[in-house]
Design a protein around this ligand. Structure first.
Ligand code: UGA
Length: 354
């Protein structure tokens, strides 16, 4: 199969592309290499993908329609749109980037799919569209129209644009809502990376909202498995699961699906888990709850299971342990590379960890 994946230098896109390439699929990766966080990490992910003969990488922004068309020149069977301006809290500081990447950029991907007509278009939305809902777990049919940030609003906008495109142009489209994804090669702006880094360097871990927030942390391997399973189940009458859970639209080959770990964890317990994995105590600095943060997330993943038979189940302790193992190896490689002035980046850091 031929896949076009946007965001292959990003955390999720990298893992998805790697898994597909290992299985012998052809992957065209499209990434803007934006400097929202350390571009070195993105270059390292790219370098690993580039070792596969089945990988073609294109560096361009989503706003560049011609580049997107070039990326789809081999008529992909499946398009997975993961590239985005990420980060819930940063969207309050820099809303323009979210409008440009997540709304205009996603619209460009919809336009592309209209022409290319893949058998399935998959788009990454976010649990943040549920806002401050207090009805848990969050079901896909629950209200998702009170976003607390421009980040969440931009993801919701992408979902509703995608519905209208699916109605008009009939490309089967699934928008999945991710819940705080973590694991090796994870994002430096996210809690697990920041906490691990702080503990290892003897710096304080900054804990927002007294640590009372909870997140349905989702391990990267579970997420990738869910995406691959869903890719085989495009929304159609034939793939209706036949009960009230299904979000298959009445007007379009379109549905939304949660992908969450299903085991929500209070932030303060999450810090304990990171401490245990690192094997050192954290210096804890408590800060006020940040503007735009939602108090809790918790995925109802019954629809995912009904559609695919797959249920995310990686225990948090295992996933955090895998991250910490990767992080230590990666840091060691980066330090060694600096020392030897090696320009090629960390050669020894493999996909899963050490
Ligand atoms: C994450 C991603 O960053 C979003 O891209 C994604 O769409 C979103 O999950 C989602 O699932 O919708 P977030 O849950 O804020 O957003 O993920 P983290 O940045 O890892 O934060 C997790 C929790 O730790 C939050 O409650 C946050 O307030 C807290 N946190 C984060 C801290 O207490 N201290 C920090 O230094 C960083």
């Amino acid at each position: 199969m031929r896949y076009l994946i946007t965001g292959t230098a990003g955390f999720v896109g990298f893992h998805l592309a790697h898994r597909l390439l290992e299985a012998g699929h052809a992957v065209t990766g499209f990434d803007g290499m934006t400097p929202y966080y350390d571009v070195t990490l993105k270059e390292q992910r790219n370098a690993i993908l580039a070792r596969f003969p089945g990988f073609t990488g294109i560096t361009a922004m989503l706003e560049d329609r011609e580049a997107l068309e070039r990326a789809a020149a081999d008529t992909p069977d499946v398009i997975v749109h993961l590239a985005a301006q990420a980060g819930v809290r940063y969207s309050i500081e820099a809303p323009e980037a979210y409008l440009s990447s997540n709304i205009v950029g996603s619209w460009n991907v919809l336009e592309l799919a209209k022409t290319v007509r893949p058998r399935h278009l998959l788009l990454a939305s976010s649990s943040s569209v549920y806002g401050a809902n207090d009805h848990i777990p969050f079901g896909e049919t629950d209200r998702a129209d009170e976003p607390l940030t421009i980040y969440a609003a931009s993801k919701k906008s992408m979902e509703v644009m995608a519905h209208s495109y699916a109605h008009l142009h009939k490309v089967p489209t699934t928008a999945f809502r991710f819940f705080t994804v973590y694991g090796p090669w994870g994002r430096p702006d996210m809690a697990l990376f920041k906490f691990t880094d702080a503990i290892l360097n003897g710096k304080p871990v900054e804990i927002y909202g007294e640590g009372r927030m909870s997140r349905d942390f989702t391990y990267i391997d579970d997420l990738v498995e869910a995406i691959l399973c869903l890719a085989d189940v495009p929304p159609s009458e034939e793939n209706r699961v036949g009960d009230a859970l299904d979000t298959l639209s009445r007007n379009a080959p379109f549905r939304v699906v949660n992908i969450g770990g299903g085991q929500p964890t209070e932030l303060i317990r999450f810090v304990d888990t990171v401490e245990q994995a690192v094997g050192r105590p954290a210096l804890r600095r408590f800060l006020p709850m940040q503007q735009g943060d939602v108090p809790r997330t918790y995925a109802d993943h019954r629809l995912l299971t009904a559609l695919t038979g797959f249920t995310p189940a990686t225990p948090l302790e295992h996933g955090v342990g895998e991250f910490v193992r990767w992080y230590r190896a990666w840091r060691g490689d980066v330090a060694a590379a600096k020392e030897s002035r090696c320009q090629e980046g960390p050669a020894g850091t493999s996909i899963g960890g050490v």
